[in-house]
Design a protein around this ligand. Structure first.
Ligand SMILES: Cc1cc2nc3c(=O)[nH]c(=O)nc-3n(C[C@H](O)[C@H](O)[C@H](O)COP(=O)(O)OP(=O)(O)OC[C@H]3O[C@@H](n4cnc5c(N)ncnc54)[C@H](O)[C@@H]3O)c2cc1C
Length: 386
């Protein structure tokens, strides 16, 4: 991220003055712009590509409430109270997507059929059972299913059983974000890569791109896996991590709801047009699946195809029509981060959604907007914990 003197057209055009500049036109940036709207402010969103150029346009479209990680693991990692609070963030996110976007006419192939977490072994099934007990004790709707149910309802063989989280959903993620963008009051500047941020004495932030220079009262960095390129403070907080997906040609509907498998590392769903999407298997090449390039890995591609062949009779002989990868931002403990950059109280950030931003970011954008306007720091999401 640098620019040559010859490429800098911003010298020839007037400075753009705004109240808030959001850097990053993915789900986190647009969620924040949405929640900041309605307060008589000039808001601009810039992206180095077009809308959803990063992970928000390259994910699987699961809107997860119950299965970010097996709930029992969340409890051992964070304790019962925090595990429940984190679950509740995702639940609030789902509710806000439904009431603010779907109910107001955003068309994004939204369905709330639940998601399954399937067990490849008795050991994983036991962990799912323990998770279900924790969740049921909190009144969260979840049911256990057996191997026969996986075959008849999901067309999936060779699983020991699983858990069905009734509140989860799915969507077309790009249409979802476009819906937010259309309902926000922000002006969008696509193909504007910020290559320099400067902080003025009065708190204003200068952001330079090749086409325009912006002067903003406050800036929001919603750059997720790319954040360390803008500021070194993010280098040990949000790690760029690659995920990979393939999609088959369409087939008759046979899968009742989206599914995770293998401790939430792998995932598949049948799309509205009958195609089957499957992603995951980055655990096969953890050391190479980092960095900011979205290049599919052939070893992972082979594993994804092998998984379809092993588990789905209905997909044998079906052609793979799409393959892609995308750059996610992982945090060290799997929990998103938000706040203001140390030493720069008018430079805010949110990110580190760790493969679950569709299930978290709309609510986090609302929390960040509240923090910017009212000074409320949300529980558990401060970067000070790291
Ligand atoms: C293969 C894959 C599958 C996934 N599946 C799911 C799923 O099913 N469900 C789920 O909840 N999550 C899933 N995720 C994760 C989810 O996509 C992310 O958590 C979410 O999209 C993060 O949103 P974001 O806005 O924080 O980041 P991004 O969408 O990456 O947005 C960051 C934006 O910042 C822009 N940018 C970066 N630097 C600059 C700069 N200097 N100047 C201007 N613009 C800049 C980028 O172009 C990008 O558009 C998946 C991700 C991948 C890759």
């Amino acid at each position: 991220m640098s620019i040559a003197y010859w490429q800098d057209d911003s010298r020839d055009v007037p400075l753009v003055e705004v109240d808030i500049l959001v850097v990053g036109g993915g789900i986190a940036g647009w969620s924040t712009a949405y929640w900041l709207s309605g307060h008589d402010m000039r808001i601009a969103v810039v992206d180095k590509g077009d809308i959803c150029a990063g992970a928000s346009g390259r994910n699987a479209g699961f809107i997860t409430t119950g299965s970010v990680e097996h709930y029992a693991r969340q409890v051992s990692r964070h304790g019962e109270e925090m595990a429940y609070d984190l679950f509740q963030y995702a639940r609030d996110n789902m509710e806000l997507i439904k009431t603010e976007l779907i109910a107001k006419g955003v068309e994004c192939e939204f369905r709330q059929r639940g998601t399954y977490s399937l067990a490849g072994s008795d050991h994983e099934l036991e962990e799912l059972r323990r998770s279900a007990e924790f969740m049921q004790a909190r009144g969260i709707p979840v049911s256990m299913v057996d191997a026969g149910h996986c075959e008849t309802e999901l067309g999936a063989g060779s699983f020991a059983g699983g858990a069905l989280y009734h509140e989860d959903g799915e969507c077309h993620p790009v249409k979802l974000v476009r819906g937010m963008a259309e309902r926000s009051e922000a002006t969008f500047y696509p193909h504007h890569e910020v290559f320099e941020l400067r902080y003025e004495d009065d708190g204003a932030v200068i952001a330079r791109t090749q086409r325009h220079t912006f002067r903003a009262g406050a800036v929001v960095l919603a750059t997720n896996g790319y954040s360390h390129l803008l500021h070194p403070w993010f280098a040990d907080k949000i790690y760029p991590t690659r995920g990979q997906i393939i999609v088959t040609e369409p087939t008759a509907p046979f899968m009742a709801a989206p599914c995770y498998a293998n401790f939430v590392l792998d995932y598949f769903r049948q799309l509205a047009d009958g195609r089957v999407l499957i992603g995951g298997f980055r655990q096969l090449a953890r050391e190479t699946e980092t960095g900011v390039a979205d290049v599919p890995n052939p070893e992972i591609h082979e594993a994804l195809e092998g998984f379809l062949d092993k588990h789905f009779v209905a997909l044998r002989g079906k052609k793979i029509q799409y393959k892609w990868s995308g750059v996610m931002g992982f945090s060290a403990d799997g929990v998103p981060l938000m706040g203001a950059l140390p030493g720069h109280p008018t430079c805010f950030f949110l990110g580190g959604f760790t493969a679950h931003g569709i299930g978290m970011a709309f609510r986090c954008g609302q929390l960040l907007a509240n923090m910017m306007m009212l000074g409320e720091q949300p529980k558990h999401l401060s970067a000070r914990r790291l």
